[in-house]
Design a protein around this ligand. Structure first.
Ligand code: SME
Length: 151
């Protein structure tokens, strides 16, 4: 199973203290985007200081115009306030959605907690319709738990 094969690689990247956190997170994004066929854009957003907004810290895939996202806006902004996983099988069915590319059909956003506080999230865009399962949620939660240990 791909996720189990990727876990040791992701642990090695995150534990490499010779690189800064943003570099390690970018490497994680690249590993995910490269190895999982339906992961077409992968990014980590974090709360921007004390502002009610998210800021993009690391990503793999096409550059996005949406480096800053206000809390409450789009799928990402909704997760910043709900503290809950948000799985979107069909982005066309969402009215509070920020389009990054016309190719995106589905999205998953998983919040990232440090000491119980929602401080960021991992965001995946897919060009495949309805590609995400409960296994994806568990895998991305595992990644976020490991990221939280290096912040
Ligand atoms: N689609 C997201 C915006 C971020 S991009 O996917 C990179 C949203 O609705 O929050």
């Amino acid at each position: 199973m791909t996720f189990d094969k990727l876990k040791p690689q992701i642990e090695d990247i995150l534990q490499n203290e010779s690189k800064d956190v943003a570099t390690r997170l970018t490497e994680v994004c690249v590993v995910l985007e490269t190895n999982i066929p339906y992961f077409d854009w992968v990014g980590f957003y974090f709360r921007n200081g004390n502002k009610e907004e998210l800021k993009l810290k690391a990503f793999a895939g096409e550059p996005t115009d949406h480096e800053i996202i206000p809390f409450g806006r789009g799928i990402c902004g909704q997760v910043a306030v709900s503290n809950k996983n948000f799985v979107v099988p069909d982005v066309k069915a969402q009215n509070n959605y920020i389009a990054c590319s016309i190719h995106v059909k589905a999205e998953i956003v998983i919040p990232l907690f440090v000491n119980g506080e929602n401080i960021g999230q991992i965001d995946i865009d897919s060009h495949t319709e309805d590609p995400f399962s409960h296994e994806d949620e568990l895998f991305l939660e595992w990644i976020n738990e490991n990221v939280s240990k290096i912040l």
